[in-house]
Write a protein that binds this ligand. Structure first.
Ligand SMILES: [Zn+2]
Length: 313
């Protein structure tokens, strides 16, 4: 793979968490279209996944054909953040989030490269169609304890960038619920703060509810063993829930393990509607309102001249 990967554009990422031989790698069939449209609040369209990877246009066209109106494209390092901002600049169905991922930040810190990377994120965060800083946060699952302080420092720096530009914060929280909440309360959360791929229980949902923070639910909410997550969904105020795919990961039931794409949103939405005992059209309308509250309307952010941070790449 290494030789083939070196020929890919710098922003393209190969999915490394699962070996292709371990799972079915074709894209699942499309669901029945939504009657009321919704947005995918978190996706990584730069990942090449499956035996026949789709490019961003195919993802967005398929999504549109089932009523998924647009995508928040999320960066995880300097290259993918820059690409996300560039894509949002030219593609009306995409808005961007930019950040150094919590598993990447301590690595850059050790290499003495974190400050320069955060400088680029700060610059990108000032662009008109960059609507969030993310994904940032804490990951105590993948990062060893001796690097947790560096990870927390990077999280604090990202929070400051979001507040400086008045945009939303998208948090990655893996096995670190208390620490994430602690940092938010310590430094003050941005006005619009989202727990991406919410993975807490009803107790954490109540903390979010109390502080006006948002829980974004991914395909995990449809998994058989996710009763705690469904309790959390029921515990959230409906005005504070969002929906996402986290493409290419976390494909919803009944296609768990296959490659994910924004067109899979209707499966997750219908699973959420069932949990909430709510009409799917009403839920879709609510989720779309919530997306707009957090990020603005997709046509509220007209592209302007390409900033120097994007030119020449
Ligand atoms: Zn993500």
């Amino acid at each position: 793979m290494a030789a083939a990967e070196s020929n890919l554009p710098a922003h393209i990422r190969a999915r490394g968490d699962l070996e292709a031989g371990d799972r079915a790698v074709s894209y699942p069939p499309a669901p029945a279209p939504l009657a009321v449209g919704a947005y995918d609040n978190h996706a990584h369209l730069e990942f090449a996944d499956g035996d026949n990877p789709m490019d961003y246009r195919e993802h967005l066209d398929m999504a549109g054909s089932v009523g998924v109106l647009g995508v928040i494209q999320v960066g995880t390092d300097v290259e993918t953040s820059r690409w996300s901002a560039q894509l949002a600049h030219t593609e009306p169905r995409v808005l961007a989030a930019v950040a150094i991922h919590p598993n990447e930040a301590p690595v850059l810190h050790q290499a003495g490269e974190l400050d320069a990377a955060l400088g680029v994120i700060d610059e990108l965060a000032g662009l008109p169609r960059v609507v969030a800083v993310g994904e940032t946060g804490l990951d105590f699952f993948r990062t060893p304890p001796e690097l947790h302080d560096a990870q927390k420092d990077a999280f604090r720096a990202h929070i400051e960038i979001a507040k400086k530009h008045g945009i939303a914060l998208q948090i990655h929280d893996r096995d670190a619920h208390d620490a994430v909440v602690g940092v938010l309360l310590e430094v003050g959360a941005p006005e619009r703060t989202v727990f991406h791929c919410f993975s807490g229980d009803a107790a954490l949902a109540e903390v979010l509810a109390e502080h006006g923070w948002y829980a974004s639910f991914a395909g995990t909410v449809s998994f058989k063993n996710s009763d705690g997550l469904r309790d959390a969904l029921r515990a959230m105020p409906r005005s504070q829930i969002l929906i996402e795919t986290d493409t290419p990961f976390l494909t919803p039931i009944p296609y768990r393990g296959r490659p994910n794409s924004p067109y899979m949103i209707p499966y997750t939405l219908r699973s959420m509607a069932e949990t909430l005992e709510m009409d799917e059209n009403l839920l879709a309308a609510q989720l779309t309102d919530n997306t707009t509250d957090v990020y603005g309307r997709f046509d509220d952010h007209p592209p302007t001249q390409l900033g120097s941070v994007l030119r020449g790449r």
